[in-house]
Design a protein around this ligand. Structure first.
Ligand code: GLV
Ligand code: MN
Ligand code: MN
Length: 417
């Protein structure tokens, strides 16, 4: 465990602790040799226990809600003043880096620890949230944890099954969550001051502008879909090329159509991150293929039109090859604008730290997309080397984290002024 930071320490010491804790947390994985931590897995339980211990050491009351979110609470001096939500997610993508998600949770914990160490008592309470699912790796659809907090979790999601046939409801129950009580995780109706998240930028803009942090203006909308191409499996040595209904070839043609469509539409990004030929033997013509689609744009209408066109293109390609195409939309999230007042307060904290205020949109999705249905949302991005993210080489500079901690601390104190 990392050594505790002593009371009155300057931001660099807190930053060292935060980065050390992110690295320690990155050792908690479902897989040997790489970081993969999906929703409601034993690895998530170990991550919650480790971070929960740090929250408790920072003076917070710790609990896990019905959706498996970790919640650490620091009471304020005035119960009528409401609650400020801080945090990020503790799940990861497959073969992840150490900072996407945990940086925001551990910066929030450090902020609370710093406030207590200096003897600051805020009128409002702070809840630090470690969301149980933002990436959507296990069940395809993202923001399971934050949707529960926002009160927008659709109970039909409990019937989703993972690759091993385990339903979301059963996974959550085994984890210690309460699928039947998921509505109880909602914070709707409470007096909330807003939600603020620190996150690595995951892109190259701040590095290009030579600034350690930036203030997020909006988060792009996203659609996820899953396609199943069904052709006819056959012998790879005997069936002539013209007589095949090769599902993998249909999927491959469509993958390139996705790339071409995104290249042709300014601001559109579209990715096929999962592609599988079945039955998956070298001497069998693939009878089926499964592909995922992730499409994003800052303008919802452009994204929706692009997705409609890509769906039609899949049908056209399939028809030409005698391959059936089934399309299932897994998730659709609209673009979200950051809250004006909270973003102004965050910008003030950046300026008071003596830095130029750089604002930028987020192409990546964040828990704020779900929480915007509940309360105002603000985000602070931290520069990361080469814009590398969703990759084990993801990194942050400790000096930049120290700046982010100063800004978050200034922002929180500023809300109390
Ligand atoms: C989350 O990282 C996403 O943008 O998919
Ligand atoms: Mn991510
Ligand atoms: Mn993230």
């Amino acid at each position: 465990m990392n050594a505790p930071v002593t009371s009155g320490a300057a931001a660099p010491a807190w930053a060292e602790q935060v980065v050390g804790r992110c690295r320690e947390l990155a050792a908690i994985s479902e897989e040997d040799g790489r970081l993969t931590r999906r929703f409601a897995t034993p690895a998530m339980a170990r991550a919650n226990a480790l971070v929960g211990g740090w929250m408790a050491a920072a003076g917070m009351q710790v609990r896990t809600d019905a959706a498996g979110n970790l919640v650490g609470r620091l009471e304020g001096g005035d119960p009528a003043a409401g609650t400020l939500l801080l945090g990020s997610h503790l799940d990861t993508v497959r073969d992840a880096g150490a900072f996407d998600g945990p940086l925001g949770v551990l910066c929030a914990v450090a902020c609370v620890e710093r406030l207590r160490a200096e003897g600051t008592v805020l009128p409002f309470a702070i809840d630090v949230l470690g969301f149980s699912d933002e990436e959507g790796l296990r069940y395809g659809t993202a923001y399971l944890g934050s949707r529960a907090v926002a009160g927008t979790f659709d109970p039909a999601l409990l019937d989703l099954v993972d690759d091993d046939g385990v339903t979301l409801g059963d996974a959550l129950r085994d984890f210690g969550g309460e699928p039947e009580e998921i509505a109880g995780a909602s914070r709707r109706g409470e007096r909330l001051l807003g939600y603020c998240e620190v996150h690595i930028e995951q892109g190259p803009v701040l590095e290009g502008r030579d600034v350690p942090v930036g203030v997020v203006s909006a988060i792009a909308g996203a659609t996820r879909a899953e396609l199943e191409f069904s052709g006819r499996a056959a012998h790879a040595g005997t069936v002539p090329m013209g007589a095949r209904h090769d599902a993998a070839c249909a999927a491959a043609e469509w993958v390139l159509a996705v790339e071409a469509a995104a290249c042709a539409e300014p601001g559109l990004v579209a990715t096929v991150g999962r592609l599988e030929a079945r039955p998956g033997a070298p001497n069998v013509v693939p009878g089926a293929a499964v592909a995922s689609l992730d499409a994003r744009h800052a303008d919802d209408a452009v994204r929706e039109a692009a997705v409609t066109a890509l769906r039609a293109e899949a049908q056209r390609i399939g028809a030409a090859r005698g391959v059936e195409v089934a399309w299932r939309e897994v998730m659709s999230a609209s673009a979200v604008a950051a809250d004006g007042a909270l973003t102004a307060a965050l910008s003030t904290a950046v300026a008071e730290r003596g830095l130029a205020v750089v604002t930028l949109p987020s192409g990546a999705g964040h828990d704020g997309v779900a929480l915007a249905q509940l309360t105002g949302v603000a985000m602070l991005f931290v520069r990361c080397a080469g814009g590398i993210s969703h990759h084990p080489d993801e990194s942050v500079d400790e000096a930049d984290v120290a700046v982010a901690l100063d800004v978050l601390h200034g922002f929180v104190r500023g809300l109390a002024r």
